[in-house]
Design a protein around this ligand. Structure first.
Ligand SMILES: Cc1ncc(COP(=O)(O)O)c(C=O)c1O
Length: 384
């Protein structure tokens, strides 16, 4: 049963558990067929009330900060594969405590923190595996904000900054060069990596291919992905790890909102909602992209009521246009944004003090469970 929108309060993010399970099934079947490990990237999806479901299919998680690493331990019940562009000393103890793998963004960071990890290993009596992030300088992502291989990128070590022999203690390499990409982009990225970094691959045990593998998007060639991964794994004899975020939560739920007012200026009608693009759907402005609205025409249609949709913050640019609707909008109408689970909750703010949408899960046979409502205290406590 799809989400019964009329049972949902506004504003509210609603995860559809059945759709999440479909993605998880596909991800698990890729991992099993290709003989690789696929772990969830919290930067894209960290709605931990859904982790019990995620854990039925996938066990690992990747973290990019001490808080994400702790979330992996406490809510995913696993030690994290952790990578951060730059670790700081005061948080490093927590990073060690909650990580099984630590990947460094530079040789200087590796040299600086290696002794601290060794100390931790002795005290804790367990090994932490070190990796280095490489930058293959292979760009397929058009938007520079999301392109880890943009010229001059600070993310990962370029081949001309690496020695021919990896430093002692490095057991893995990590790259992240893709974003909402297909398996052919991955295949090309791997060919480039073999060309530039092939001499290093026999020196390691594991190879982390980062995120950006959008295997749950319609039309993704999953069979080709499995072939590419299997061939690479067999050729190099490595343990392969993938850490997508978007692919887990792709198209698994909605943001339900309401029309609060309709204003008109110079012939442009704007429906102002009880949600904000900048605070609650920031990728729409950052990527940028125009989200799908359920039941609306995605592009304006002549002679149909057409609106710009505006957010409830004071930011002038907190709007996107234009959609056409079958009938004129009025105050109180429900507006449902599709595919609003990944990179939303993890990036929201309380800018302007605008109320944060609630978070809910829709479960087949059980209906709606609101797992979190936000209050004035959530806003106040962030500020001092
Ligand atoms: C290092 C790293 N791993 C994994 C991911 C997840 O990528 P995606 O959500 O596009 O799959 C990202 C996203 O920025 C990343 O930077």
């Amino acid at each position: 049963m799809p989400i019964a929108i009329d049972q949902v309060e506004s504003p509210c993010y609603v995860l559809d558990e059945a759709l999440l399970r479909q993605n998880l099934q596909l991800i698990r079947s890729v991992a099993e067929s290709a003989g690789v490990e696929i772990i969830v990237a919290f930067k894209g999806f960290a709605m931990w009330s859904a982790f019990p479901v995620v854990r039925e299919y996938v066990r690992g998680a990747t973290a990019s900060s001490p808080h994400e690493a702790r979330l992996a331990f406490e809510e995913m019940k696993t030690l994290a594969h952790t990578y951060s562009p730059a670790y700081v000393e005061r948080e490093f103890d927590e990073i060690c405590q909650f990580s099984s793998h630590i990947t460094f963004n530079s040789l200087a960071q590796f040299e600086r923190f290696q002794p601290l990890v060794k100390k931790f290993e002795q005290q804790a009596g367990r090994h932490i595996s070190f990796g280095l992030r490489i930058n293959p300088e292979f760009a397929v992502v058009a938007t520079d904000l999301y392109n880890p291989c943009a010229p001059g990128s600070r993310l990962g070590i370029a081949v001309d900054h690496l020695p021919k022999q990896l430093p002692e203690g490095i057991e893995g390499l990590h790259f992240h060069a893709l974003c909402e990409s297909n398996s052919f982009d991955l295949e090309n990225a791997l060919a480039e990596i073999e060309r530039k970094f092939g001499h290093l691959l026999p020196q390691i045990q594991w190879f982390n291919m980062g995120g950006g593998h959008l295997m749950t998007r319609k039309g993704y060639d999953v069979a080709h992905l499995i072939r590419v991964l299997t061939a690479f794994r067999e050729k190099w004899g490595l343990k392969i790890i993938l850490e997508p975020g978007s692919a887990f939560a792709w198209d698994t739920g909605v943001l339900v909102s309401q029309v609060v007012d309709i204003v008109e200026n110079q012939g442009i009608k704007t429906a102002i909602l009880d949600v904000s693009f900048t605070a609650h759907m920031p990728d729409c402005l950052e990527m940028p992209y125009k989200p799908r609205i359920r039941g609306a025409h995605q592009e304006p249609v002549a002679n149909l009521p057409t609106y710009r949709i505006g957010g409830n913050s004071c930011l002038s640019g907190d709007f996107i246009g234009d959609w056409s609707f079958g009938a004129p909008l009025k105050v109180g109408d429900t507006i449902v944004f599709e595919d609003m689970i990944h990179y939303t909750m993890v990036k929201t703010t309380t800018f302007n003090g605008v109320p944060h949408p609630s978070i809910a899960i829709w479960r087949d046979g059980q209906g709606l469970q609101v797992v979190r409502r936000f209050t004035y205290e959530d806003y106040r406590n962030r500020l001092s």
